[in-house]
Write a protein of this length. Sequence first.
Length: 476
Amino acid sequence: MLRWSCCLLLVSVLHAARPNIILIESDDQRADSIAALGNPSIRTPALDRLAKEGFAFLNARNQGSNNGAVCVASRSMCHSGQSLWHYDDNLKGRVTLGEFLQAQGYHTYGTGKWHNGKEAMKRSFIAADRITAGFLPKGHDSAFAIQSIHNGKVLAGQNLAPKHSTDLIGQTAVDFLITYEGEKPFFLYVGFNAPHDPYTRVPEFEAAYRDADGRSKVPLFDNFLPQPPVDPGVMAIRDEVLLPHPLEPEAVRHQNAIYYGMITHLDSWVGKILDQLQHKGLADNTLVIFTSDHGLARGSHGLLGKQNLYEHSLRVPMLLRGPGIKAGGRSTSPIYNFELYRTLAEVAAATPKAGQVEGESFLPIATGSGKGERKIVYDGYTNLMRAVVEGDWKLIETHVKTVRSTQLFNLAADPSEMKNLAADPALAEKIHHLREQMIVQRELWQDQDSAFWTQIGFGPELKSPKSSNPSKSREF
C-alpha cells in the first residue's frame, strides 16, 4: 500500500483548534474542467482561486464501480474510506465520515446530493437541509423531492418554486455559514447534483460558450471519436443513449456547452461560499476541499458516460485550501478519492476505525511535508474491465460476452490514450509484466470477481470467488 515519506504533521495545519471543514463535491465533473489547471475553454474563477490559494492534486482518481451508478460507488467509498471491493452502497455497518467527525466534536451539516441510504444520512449529519436525490430525471429546475434532518428526524419536502438545484444547494450552504454560531468546529458537506445530466440550461452562464448565432464555442476533446475503439459493454446504459451513436461532433459540442455552463454556474456558488467564509473571518481556520465523484467522457473515446476506465472518467478534480496547505502547490502523485476519509481524520487529529478505513492521508503532500509514494494504481468497472497503471504505462483488459480486448498506452507520450500499443510485438513483455502486476493488485485489493477473472484468460484461480456486480441494473 501507500506510505508517505512524511514524519510529522505540521502543527500549523491544525492550529490551536481544529479547523472547520467544508467538503464540496460536484457530480460528473471532469478533472480537466478547471481553467487554472490548463483548460482555456472554460470559465471557473472560484475554482481558479482555490487552485491559486491552495493545492491541486492532478492525478486524483476514483477507483471505479461495481455497478452502472458510478456516483453511488464513489460516494460510498469516500464516506466510508473503503476501496472498490470493500464498500457498501448504503454504508451499512460502516462508520461514515460524518459520524466519525461528530465523535471528534464536530457539528456536521449537509445539503445536496445523497443517495447512499436514509439511515446513513441520519448518522452522518446532526442537521441537514435540502438533501436531494441521486438523480433528477425531470431536470435540475424541476419540483424534485428534498429532505431535511432536524432533531433526529428526516422530514420530506419538495423543491418549490422551483429553483435550479445548484442555486438551492449553494444558497443553503451560504445560509449555514451566515447563521452558524456554535462553539464546535463544523463539517459542512455540499453535494451539488450538477453538472450531471439532464443537461439543464442556465442561459446566464451558458452564454459564454455560444457564439452570436447560438452555436457552441466549446471544442471537442482531443480524444473525441464517433465510436468506442473497443466494445466496453455499456452502450445500452442510460449515459450512452443521451445522444445517438455514431456521435455527431456538433451534437456533442452543443451538449458540452450546456455542461460547461452548468460548471460555471456551480463555480459561482463556490465563489459565494468562499466569500462568506472571508466575510465571517473563518477563512484562515477552514479547510475547503473541492472534488467530484468521477469524471465523464463527453465524446472522448466515442463515449458519453463514466462507465469505463479511461483517464477522463477515472480522474477527478481535487483542490484543498486551508491552514497549512501549500498555496499554489501541485502534485502528480496518484491518490484515490476515498483517501479523503483518512486525510480528514488527520486534520481532526484522530484515528479512524481499525479494519474499515483504507489508504493513506494525502495531507502531508498538500502541506509540503511529504510526498506520495504510490507506484501503481488499480481500477475496475463491474465484471467488464480492469486497469493497472505503473509509471508511464497503462493496461486495460476488457471482457464483453465472449470477446476479450487489451489496450496498452504510454501515458507520458499519449496522455489522451489514443494510440493502443497492444499489437506491437516489441511490447509483449511489457503486457506480460503489467498483467502480472494486475494479479498482484488483485490480491492486494481483494478483488475476487469471478465473472471477470474466470473469463479474462490469465492469472491463478481466485481464493474466494464472488460477484462484484451486485446492483448492475442501477444507472445514474
